[in-house]
Write a protein that binds this ligand. Structure first.
Ligand code: NAP
Ligand code: HSE
Length: 438
C-alpha cells in the first residue's frame, strides 16, 4: 500500500496533546512559535484544542491558557474537537496504551513518540488503526530528531533493506564516550549521568539496552516488512563494559558502542543489542556524547548514515511535528510502511552471522600459558588475527592479553570462552566482545 491522499482541507487540524513533559511542551512550543510556517506547509492551520497531564497546576513555561484541559488522556482522546490525538505520556501499558486505543477506536489519527508502546503493541495498534481508517505515526519514537522512519518508509521504498544498525540510546553513548575521554569507571559516569538528568526514571531502560531495543524492533519491522518483535531481540546492556576494555579496545583501534543490529538471514531475523567494537575511525566509532546514529544498507542505495540528536525537547518535538504536518497535508501512511495485515511474523534467529571478536584475558606467568590459550581457540576452530600481551602486573602477577580473532561464529566464541578457565592459566573470567563490520 502506498500513501493515499485524503485531499486538501482548509479547516484547522485540531490536536489533543496528552503529556506536557519534555516532548509535550516542546511540541506545544513549536506549534505556538511556528503557527504561520506550519499552516503554510500544511495548507491548513494546525491548532491545539486541548491538553492533558497529571498536574494541572505545574508551571510548564509555555502558555496553555488558550487550550481546554483534561485530567484524563482517555477523555482527551475522545473529544469532539480533537482530530489527532498526540500521545506524549510514555509507557507501554496504562494510560498511554488505553488512550491511544480509545483514540483509534474513535476514528482519530494518532501521533506518538512512545517507542515502548510501538515495540510491544505495535502490531495490535497498527491493525486497530487500519480497521478504523486512521493513521498511527511515530517518527519521534526512534532516534529523536533523526528522520529515520520516513527515510525508511518513503525515501528508501525502492530498496530491499539488507541491514539496519545504529547507536540509538544517547545516554549509553554519553556514558561510554565520557568513560573513554575522562578515563573514569562505569559507576562514576553512571552517577554523573544520573545527576545530569540523562537517565530514564528506570535507568535499566537505558543501560540495560531495553530502550534502544524498543527502537531497534521498530526499525526491523519497517526494514523487513515484519511485525515488531521486541521479545525476540537479544539484549545486553553496557553494565559489564569496563574502563579497561575501553582503553584496550582503543589500543587495538576500536571504540565500544552499544550497537543495535537487525539483519534478515536465511535462518530468520537476527536482532541484537549489545556492546560491540567498531573501528575508531568509522562514523559510528566517531560518535560522541548523546548523539544517535542510524546506518541503513539497501540493495540499490548502498549504505547511508543518519546522525543527529536522539533526544531532548527540540529534536524530539521536531519529529512529532513532522508527523502532524504529514497528517495535515492529507498523507495517509500505514504504520510500519505496509498494511498491518501484510506484516509477516518473522522467524526469530539467534545471532549466527560470523564476526571477528575481541577477547581480553589475564594470563598467569607460567611456561606454555599462551600456547594453552591458543590451543583452546584452535580447538574451537578460531583463528587469531592479532594478539597483544602487556607486561606482567607486579601486584596481580598476571599479564593482560588481547586477542582479535578472524571471523568466527558466536557459537565457536561461546565454546572457547567456556573452555578457557579450564586451562588453569588465566585469572578471572575472559571478556569477549563482537567486532561489528560497519
Ligand atoms: P516526561 O517529561 O516524563 O513527561 C511525561 C508527561 O506525561 C508529563 O507531562 C506527565 O504529567 C504526563 N503523564 C504521566 N502520567 C500521566 C497520566 N496518568 N495522565 C496524564 N498525564 C500523565 O516524558 P517525555 O520525556 O516528554 O517523554 C514522553 C514520550 O516521548 C515517552 O514515550 C518517551 O519515551 C518519548 N521520547 C522522549 C524523548 C526525550 O528526549 N525525552 C525522546 C524520544 C522519545 P505531569 O507533567 O503532570 O507529571
Ligand atoms: N533515554 C533515551 C536516550 C531518551 O538516552 O536516548 C530518548 O529516547
Amino acid at each position: 500500500m502506498t500513501a493515499q491522499n485524503k485531499g486538501q482541507d482548509a479547516s484547522p487540524l485540531r490536536l489533543g496533546i496528552a503529556g506536557l513533559g519534555t516532548v509535550g511542551t516542546g511540541t506545544v512550543r513549536i506549534i505556538q512559535n511556528h503557527a504561520a510556517l506550519l499552516a503554510t506547509r500544511s495548507d491548513r492551520p494546525v491548532a491545539i484544542s486541548a491538553v492533558s497531564a497529571r498536574d494541572r497546576m505545574k508551571n510548564r513555561a509555555v502558555d496553555l491558557s488558550a487550550y481546554a484541559w483534561e485530567d484524563d488522556p482517555r477523555a482527551l482522546a475522545l473529544r469532539e474537537d480533537v482530530d489527532v490525538f498526540v500521545e506524549l505520556v510514555g509507557g507501554d501499558e496504562g494510560v498511554a496504551r488505553e488512550a491511544v486505543t480509545a483514540a483509534l477506536k474513535a476514528g482519530k489519527d494518532v501521533v506518538t513518540a512512545n517507542k515502548a508502546l510501538l515495540a510491544i503493541h505495535g502490531q495490535e495498534l497498527a491493525e486497530l488503526a487500519e480497521a478504523n481508517g486512521c493513521v498511527l505515526r511515530f517518527e519521534a519514537a526512534v532516534a529523536g530528531g533523526i528522520p529515520v522512519i520516513k527515510t525508511m518508509t518513503e525515501s528508501l521504498a525502492g530498496n530491499e533493506i539488507r541491514r539496519v544498525m545504529g547507536v540509538m540510546n544517547g545516554t549509553c553513548n554519553y556514558i561510554l564516550t565520557r568513560m573513554e575521554n575522562a578515563g573514569l569507571p562505569y559507576e562514576t559516569v553512571f552517577e554523573e549521568a544520573r545527576q545530569l538528568g540523562y537517565l530514564e526514571a528506570d535507568p535499566t531502560l537505558d543501560v540495560g539496552g531495553i530502550d534502544a531495543s524498543h527502537k531497534l524492533a521498530i526499525l526491523a519491522a519497517i526494514a523487513f516488512g515484519t511485525r515488531p518483535t521486541f521479545d525476540a531481540v537479544e539484549i545486553e546492556g553496557i553494565e559489564r563494559v569496563s574502563i579497561d576494555d575501553i582503553r584496550r579496545a582503543a589500543d587495538m583501534g576500536y571504540r565500544i558502542k552499544l550497537l543495535g543490529v537487525a539483519q534478515m538471514t536465511g535462518r530468520g531475523l537476527e536482532q541484537r543489542m549489545s556492546p560491540c567494537l567498531v573501528p575508531a575511525d568509522s562514523p559510528l566509532g566517531q560518535l560522541q556524547g548523546g548523539t544517535n546514529m542510524v546506518v541503513i544498507e539497501g540493495d540499490s542505495v548502498g549504505q547511508i548514515v543518519l546522525r543527529g540528536a536522539g533526544a531532548g525537547e527540540g529534536p524530539t518535538a521536531s519529529a512529532v511535528l513532522s508527523d502532524i504536518v504529514e497528517i495535515a497535508r492529507g498523507v495517509r501512511m500505514p504504520a510500519f510502511g505496509l498494511p498491518a495485515s501484510g506484516l509477516a511474523l518473522p522467524q526469530p534467529a539467534r545471532t549466527a552471522v560470523p564476526a571477528a571478536y575481541y577477547i581480553r584475558l589475564a594470563l598467569t606467568d607460567k611456561p606454555g600459558a599462551l600456547a594453552k590459550v591458543a590451543s583452546v581457540l584452535g580447538d574451537a576452530g578460531i583463528s587469531i588475527d592479532r594478539m597483544r600481551q602487556y607486561g606482567h602486573q607486579q601486584t596481580a602477577g598476571v599479564a593482560p592479553v588481547l586477542i582479535v580473532t578472524h571471523k568466527t561464529t558466536p557459537e565457536a566464541i561461546d565454546h572457547a570462552i567456556e573452555a578457557l578457565p579450564g586451562t588453569g592459566v588465566i585469572a578471572g573470567d575472559p571478556v569477549e566482545l563482537r567486532i561489528e563490520e560497519v
